[in-house]
Design a protein around this ligand. Structure first.
Ligand code: S3P
Length: 183
């Protein structure tokens, strides 16, 4: 595949609640690319919701489905903005795919801000990894373990600024990508 095509595949990674879907949709709009949500692609392929995959098949089976979906998107040539699930970087295969086949951008949001966003019941209901009573402690352990993996898989880090809207973050990321491609 010509590198110009490969270069136009952008993947947003980051912890649950970091805004990958909202920012990704806005970024896709700015760049004129289609937007793809990896969790939605997994749900479409499986014919069931993420929560049902975890409940009926377990997390391991979900991770296999996640890698299959990522690999299939990585083999497509067209420009796109992909929002990944927060655990995509746990698999070394996925990290390699992200590094080799996508321009991966880590949406780096401080843990306290993530917890403010995720403390709403509705936010946690759709996320099997946050449905325990001790979700704060569990999320913090996951967050600390994953930070180096987000860094490893990503070409760029975008550090979220307090009170910044998703639209502003998307514009800043578009500018960051444009200036990197000029240099
Ligand atoms: C997960 C994050 C979720 C989803 C699944 C597992 C994780 O996506 O893929 O519940 O391991 O962090 P979001 O980051 O979009 O919530």
């Amino acid at each position: 595949m010509p590198s110009s095509e490969r270069q136009s595949r952008i993947a947003l990674v980051g912890f649950m609640g970091s805004g990958k879907t909202t920012v990704g949709r806005a970024l896709a709009g700015l760049l004129g690319f289609p937007f793809i949500d990896l969790d939605a692609a997994i749900e479409n392929a499986a014919g069931k919701r993420i929560s049902a995959i975890f409940a009926e098949e377990g997390e391991g089976a979900f991770r296999v489905r996640e890698t299959e979906a990522l690999r299939s998107l990585a083999s497509r040539g067209e420009g796109e903005v992909l929002a990944c699930g927060g655990g995509v970087v746990v698999s070394e295969t996925n990290r390699r795919l992200l590094a080799a086949e996508f321009i991966a951008v880590w949406l780096d949001v401080p843990f306290g801000e993530l917890m403010d966003r995720l403390s709403a019941e509705a936010e946690r209901a759709a996320r099997p990894l946050l449905n325990s009573e001790r979700y704060r402690e569990e999320a913090e352990a996951l967050f600390r373990a994953r930070e180096p993996l987000y860094r490893e898989a990503s070409r760029f880090t975008y550090r979220w600024k307090a009170n910044e809207s998703p639209a502003d973050a998307a514009s800043a990321i578009a500018e960051m990508l444009a200036s990197a491609s000029e240099s």
